[in-house]
Write a protein that binds this ligand. Structure first.
Ligand code: ADP
Ligand code: ZN
Length: 216
């Protein structure tokens, strides 16, 4: 059973690792950040509520986020497991997820916590470019696309995320240390947490994650 959470500060590489994990394990990639960005793009009521909050780097309120995840986890494609990326980010979200897991009979059984030093995060976020269509992530120096400015997967023009600016990043990082770091302790206490080093090349971490998750 692979009911997995990916945790780590903004820029830790959660989204990059998630793409390869879901392909290997055939489980859905549930990224609350991607879900919010999709809602913003489609100008839904949720998107309108979330847009300014996300642009300044703050967290979307727990009730809204929990509702969204609950609905998503109840869908059929989660029957064989799921990979949560960017959720839970607060203790109330972690508590709510525990309830949801019981209700749907699929409790979380592994929490991957990726850590990266702050100066590396700053560089990664500053150089990050993303595909607005398929969500793929690149870096202007460390993870260049094959053709400059274009997505390898779908050819779309790459953009910089609105919240990938120094001011919003600072807020995101503060929120991470204040609100999200305690969530690691929550899972540590439940003996579900495993810590990984997210520095360097993505394939080294990927190998380590495969080696562990293959055993679940
Ligand atoms: P990153 O990990 O790079 O900061 P995400 O794509 O995971 O980015 O999230 C982008 C933004 O979406 C967050 O800064 C926050 O505003 C909002 N968001 C995503 N997940 C959550 C969550 N679980 N709770 C509250 N807000 C969230
Ligand atoms: Zn793309």
């Amino acid at each position: 059973m692979k009911n997995i959470i990916l945790m780590g500060p903004p820029g830790a590489g959660k989204g990059t690792q998630a793409t390869d994990l879901v392909e290997r394990y055939h489980i859905p990639h549930i990224s609350t950040g991607d879900m919010f960005r999709e809602a913003i793009k489609n100008k839904t009521p949720l998107g309108q509520k979330a847009e300014a909050i996300i642009a300044r780097g703050d967290l979307v309120p727990d009730d809204i986020t929990v509702g969204l995840v609950k609905e998503r986890l109840s869908q059929d494609d989660c029957a064989n497991g799921y990979l949560l990326d960017g959720f839970p980010r607060t203790i109330p979200q972690a508590e709510a997820l525990e309830e949801i897991g019981k209700e749907i009979g699929r409790p979380v059984n592994a929490v991957i916590d990726i850590s990266v030093p702050e100066e590396v995060l700053i560089d990664r976020i500053g150089g990050r470019r993303v595909c607005p269509k398929c969500g793929a992530s690149y870096h202007v120096r460390n993870m260049k696309p094959k053709v400059e400015g274009k997505c390898d997967h779908c050819g779309s023009d790459l953009i910089q995320r609105k919240d990938d600016n120094p001011e919003s990043f600072k807020v995101r990082l503060e929120n991470y240390y204040k609100q999200t770091a305690p969530v690691s302790d929550f899972y540590e206490a439940r003996k579900l947490l495993r810590r990984y080093d997210g520095q360097g090349d993505k394939t080294r971490l990927q190998k380590e994650l495969f080696a562990f998750l293959d055993t679940l």
